[in-house]
Design a binder for this molecule. Structure first.
Ligand code: GLP
Length: 249
């Protein structure tokens, strides 16, 4: 895994956006896998800035989001649909038909998940997958468990994740307990993966990511099986990684 430590959140965003813009410039019809959470917000802001400066064109880009809360309609203020339109899509020239986000209200979960996988394949696979990381090592909503699911599926959120997500909901009882998420194999099928981590909260899990083996207790550790992963951290998230090396295995 390629490890890049930068000063702060702004530098994380600039580094990530350099990689995203390069991917789009090399392949204007590229397929991006997108993440939510607080970490990528600065990255989306920087992407909008580059778009407004005329440095990037999204007219041929296709996107697939990692996950969506189960039980929330697209129009819900805390849905990932709302998040993506608010933080990115409504500000850029992406075509609506090229945006793919899982439907949190589907009644036919298995069919919907299978169709999502098929759509990704039909678009030629994900060229660049952006990821955040949960404090417990989850990616998308693949939570630590005895077994991980390879494909897109309905996932029960861990207590820790529900607790972490509750900061976005006024009423604690409204915090979703389930989500639909790409599976670990779906994520690993991306040609390139860029994982962002910011803040002290993430220091421990980033340390574990590099210092423990591959384990379902840390779903992100499966990224070590992939040949092209870049982990971008700020000083705080990287404070426990005891190496200056750029290439960590
Ligand atoms: C949610 C998302 C993940 C994200 C994680 C971390 O659980 N499903 O994709 O990586 O939050 O979020 P944050 O960046 O807010 O710490």
């Amino acid at each position: 895994m390629q490890y890049i430590k930068v000063d702060n959140g702004t530098s994380i965003a600039q580094t990530a956006v350099d990689m995203i813009v390069q991917a789009i410039q090399q392949k204007p019809h590229c397929v991006l896998g997108l993440a939510t959470g607080s970490t990528p917000i600065a990255t989306y802001k920087e992407l909008i800035k580059r778009y407004e400066q005329g440095n990037v064109d999204f007219s041929q880009v296709t996107t697939f989001n990692l996950d969506e809360y189960y039980g929330l309609a697209a129009s819900h203020p805390q849905s990932y649909h709302t998040y993506m339109y608010h933080h990115l899509f409504k500000h850029i020239n992406i075509k609506k038909q090229n945006i793919h986000i899982l439907d949190g209200t589907t009644k036919q979960i298995e069919k919907h998940c299978e169709q999502y996988e098929n759509k990704i394949k039909a678009c030629g696979g994900i060229d660049l997958q952006l990821l955040g990381i949960g404090r417990n090592g989850h990616i998308g909503f693949n939570e630590p468990a005895e077994q991980l699911q390879p494909r897109t599926h309905l996932a029960r959120l861990s207590k820790e994740t529900v607790q972490a997500n509750s900061r976005f909901f006024t009423n604690k009882k409204d915090v979703p307990q389930y989500a639909i998420t790409m599976g670990v194999r779906t994520i690993l099928a991306a040609k390139k993966i860029v994982l962002l981590a910011e803040g002290h909260d993430k220091a421990e899990i980033i340390e574990k990511l590099f210092q423990t083996g591959i384990t379902t207790d840390i779903p992100a550790s499966f990224l070590r099986l992939h040949h092209d992963v870049t982990v971008i951290v700020d000083e705080r998230a990287g404070s426990k990684v005891n190496t200056a090396a750029k290439e960590l295995r």
